[in-house]
Design a protein around this ligand. Sequence first.
Ligand code: B16
Ligand code: MG
Length: 222
Amino acid sequence: MKGAIFDLDGVITDTAKFHFAAWSQLAADKLGLDLPASFETELKGISRIESLERILAFGHLEDKYTPAEVEALAQEKNGYYLKAIDTLTKDDILPGITRLIEELKAHGVKLSVASASKNAPFILKKLGLFAEFDAIADPAKVAHGKPAPDIFLAGAQAVGLNPSDCVGVEDAVAGVAAIKAAGMTAVAVGSPEELSQADAVVPTTADFSYDLFETTWEKAHQ
Ligand code: B16
Ligand code: MG
């Protein structure tokens, strides 16, 4: 393993609750919808615009708004979200992640971020982790969101590595699919049933380690 390509939301910090709160506020205030709790999981790893499209489809509102109005609604949600994540500090880094980054760096593993979030640089700065990564792939520059491989391929390319030399790290079904489609080894956090496509699944980020990543990568290349 020469590189580790990280998802952000749900892997480095838990922003899903803030995304869901912001979408719920938009849905209630602007769309007249009560968003079911299942959307918190369903929208993990899904881009901002596609998330809104799914919410509009849920409310049978897909034909109600012009593309410009849809864009304005997405921006409004992002405003609520930015206000919420302004409170993030290093205390919001998920368990084991700071240690994992140290271990990987000590073994010369290159680190990059492959998040669907356009707010990834802002969030990493808030967490005090921005300087730890060698690259952050820009989701605005890739053609297709997760589960397409594009953002993970961009993450590997940004650190000059072949995807097969990299482990991708995810918490979402769409994200694990993207890692596998990119030809990388997938280490995931969450439910083994839901994330069955991954090469290894652990229950919490505290279980991540250099050894887990390296042995999973080696097994996948036997
Ligand atoms: P933004 P990840 C994803 O991040 C989130 O899981 C998803 O819920 C969100 O809609 C998406 O980022 C876009 O985020 O609105 O900040 O650009 O899990 O790929 O790190
Ligand atoms: Mg995620």
